[in-house]
Design a binder for this molecule. Structure first.
Ligand SMILES: [Zn+2]
Ligand SMILES: [Zn+2]
Length: 204
């Protein structure tokens, strides 16, 4: 179905219009509520046929098994938005708001608060040391909706230095470019898969 792109590494189907992953269980509801007018989603039979076709690939159901971990030094996943985030300077906790990092520091790392009072103001705001990170997530709610960080490959970083956009905006543009490329690839692969299915022997 042309609305979805398959990610074989994470075994998820990502809706390219909504820009998040949809589980097999959410599939029918997702089509009915977001893409009712799509030619391949107009009837229950068409939706069922699309589901059956997509189920030919391993498809993660996040309520039953956890999403595969995305290594923090990996490139962004095509089709998913990139969010700017802050990472706690003391652990791997991430949030989009610096205020949340401050309250996390106060509750989880109370030792960082002892410098307040007469201590220098520079030392009292440890949250200012929070690192800027770029994050993505597969699902928008429930299981599998946790954010994970990724880093931009070095050529991207270098190119970004020459531009004025933020890192997240820049990666987003890169992801869109990758997505267009992988959609072109997918069309090629789909033809290959069909061809292999009909072949009696798979050539080496
Ligand atoms: Zn969608
Ligand atoms: Zn922390």
């Amino acid at each position: 179905m042309d609305l979805f792109i398959y990610n074989a590494s994470y075994q998820v189907w990502i809706c390219i219009e909504c820009r998040y992953a949809v589980s097999p269980r959410q599939f029918d509801t997702h089509l009915c509520s977001h893409h009712r007018h799509h030619p391949a989603a107009r009837t229950a039979e068409l939706r069922q046929a699309a589901l059956a076709e997509m189920l030919k690939w391993p498809w993660l159901q996040p309520t039953r098994e956890p999403c595969r971990l995305h290594p923090p030094d990996s490139a962004p996943i095509p089709g998913l938005p990139v969010y700017p985030d802050f990472r706690c300077p003391r652990c791997t906790y991430m949030s989009r708001a610096l205020a949340t990092i401050r309250s996390h520091l106060a509750h989880i790392h109370p030792e960082t608060q002892r410098l307040r009072g007469r201590a220098s103001k520079a030392k009292s705001d440890i949250a200012a040391a929070a690192e800027h990170v770029s994050c993505q997530r597969f699902f928008v709610s429930g299981s599998g909706s946790g954010f994970f960080s990724m880093i931009a490959p070095s050529p991207i970083r270098q190119e970004r230095l020459a531009s004025t956009v933020s890192e997240a905006e820049f990666i987003q543009a890169q992801v869109r470019r990758d997505l267009q490329e992988s959609l072109a690839d997918e069309a090629g692969q789909a033809m290959q898969i069909t061809a292999q299915k009909h072949a009696t022997e798979v050539s080496p």
